[in-house]
Design a protein around this ligand. Structure first.
Ligand code: NAD
Ligand code: GLY
Length: 360
């Protein structure tokens, strides 16, 4: 087992990475200081992994909240259902919440933990590649709003993250690929050696080679832990984790939540950000082609949906947490392995990308 640390002073916490971790009761015991424990999960994950977790929590009073599966349920309405159940069962402020699932469950569970009685302890048990390499680490929690992705939320850190790579065995290939989009992001924004490693090892990752997956998860978490330790509340470098996300969130909101997987929308958005970086003179054609071919090898989409024209994109991109005074700000690439901080972009250049990249 690898044990990384997100260093945040007295709120520092470990990320445990390994295989078979769900079956290790001592991992839970170290981080649960309450009798009452609530597990938030969904209808797909519950039959696969809930019993395993319940077995480790024998001496606790455990409540299960099983939500419907899907990005379209990442809403205040469904977080309220968590509160309803906790209040009905008289869960106290010292309770512990376990979020068992992908990024949707992690974001919702974390947000419920941040709000319930002004904050209860929580543990992230991410079960998708995307959640293991990104969403479970760093304390961004929240839900979507019909007008914008992740627009309601809180920064709220977990007690620990338990990333058990063996649960990825039941994940389908489309979800695995979506997770790889966020893995590739770390290489692009700050780690050219990792990007090159990904170029050489993408086939191994796609055939789920255990050693390659373990390395990719560890490298991603290491990068994320360093960024979060440096800039927890995203006043600077943390924003670079949003490479491709402003375009991507517009695609998710504009297409209806759940149409594109988050990682798929991020892959398209990253190609658009790369195209814009090329128009700025920062990336070469060859750089952009390297990015696009890596996404293609991952079977990820690379073209924006036809029904979102540049006007609709601009309207959707105007609702983004990086914007200041209504001005769209984007993360672009200065070169492969180096992202800019949020940058005001020349609107004409942005429209060129929106109108031409992937439109022929
Ligand atoms: P997801 O949570 O919807 O999970 C994908 C699908 O896989 C679901 O159907 C789920 O039930 C299923 N699943 C999960 N684990 C499984 C397993 N082990 N075996 C079989 N099926 C399994 O999607 P996701 O890609 O994990 O997360 C996307 C969400 O994460 C988005 O809402 C995005 O906004 C959010 N996100 C948050 C952050 C953050 O920093 N908080 C970062 C990136 C993404
Ligand atoms: N996934 C972006 C962040 O955690 O900041």
């Amino acid at each position: 087992m690898k044990n990384l640390l997100v260093e945040l002073g007295h709120r520092s916490y470990p990320i445990y990475i390994g295989s078979g971790l769900l079956n290790q009761p001592e991992l839970y015991a170290q981080h649960i200081n309450s009798k009452q424990v609530v597990i938030i999960t969904n209808e797909t994950i519950a039959p696969l992994y809930l019993d395993t977790i319940l077995k480790q929590l024998g001496s606790h009073i455990v409540e299960e909240v099983i939500l419907p599966d899907g990005e379209q349920y990442k809403t205040l309405e469904y977080v309220t259902k968590i509160f309803d159940q906790l209040l009905a069962k008289k869960f106290s402020r010292n309770s512990t919440l376990i979020a068992l699932g992908g990024g949707v469950i992690g974001d919702m569970g974390g947000f419920a933990a941040a709000c319930y009685q002004r904050g209860i302890a929580f543990i992230q048990i991410p079960t998708t590649l995307l959640a293991q390499v990104d969403s479970s680490v760093g304390g961004k929690t929240g839900v979507n709003h019909p007008l914008g992705k992740n627009m309601i939320g809180a920064f709220y850190q977990p007690q620990c993250v338990i990333a058990d790579a063996s649960v990825l065995d039941t994940l389908d290939n489309r979800q695995l690929s979506a997770g790889l989009a966020e893995v590739i992001k770390y290489g692009l924004i700050r780690d050219i050696e990792f990007f090159e490693w990904l170029e050489h090892n993408i086939d191994a990752l796609l055939r789920r080679d255990k050693k390659a997956l373990a390395y990719a998860i560890e490298k991603s978490c290491l990068n994320k832990a360093q960024i979060v330790s440096e800039d927890e509340n995203e006043t600077g470098i943390r924003a670079t984790l949003n490479l491709g996300h402003t375009f991507g969130h517009a695609i998710e909101t504009g297409s209806g939540y759940g149409t594109y997987l988050h990682g798929e929308a991020v892959a398209i958005g990253t190609c658009q950000a790369a195209d814009l970086s090329r128009r700025k003179g920062w990336l070469t054609d060859q750089d952009v082609n390297r990015i696009i071919s890596l996404f293609i090898k991952c079977h990820l989409p690379i073209h924006p949906p036809k029904n979102l024209d540049s006007n609709r994109f601009l309207e959707l991109m105007a609702v983004d947490k990086k914007n200041i005074d209504g001005q769209i700000r984007l993360i672009l690439l200065k070169k492969l392995g180096e992202a800019t901080l949020p940058t005001n972009v020349d609107k004409a250049l942005l429209i060129e990308t929106l109108d031409t990249y992937g439109r022929s």
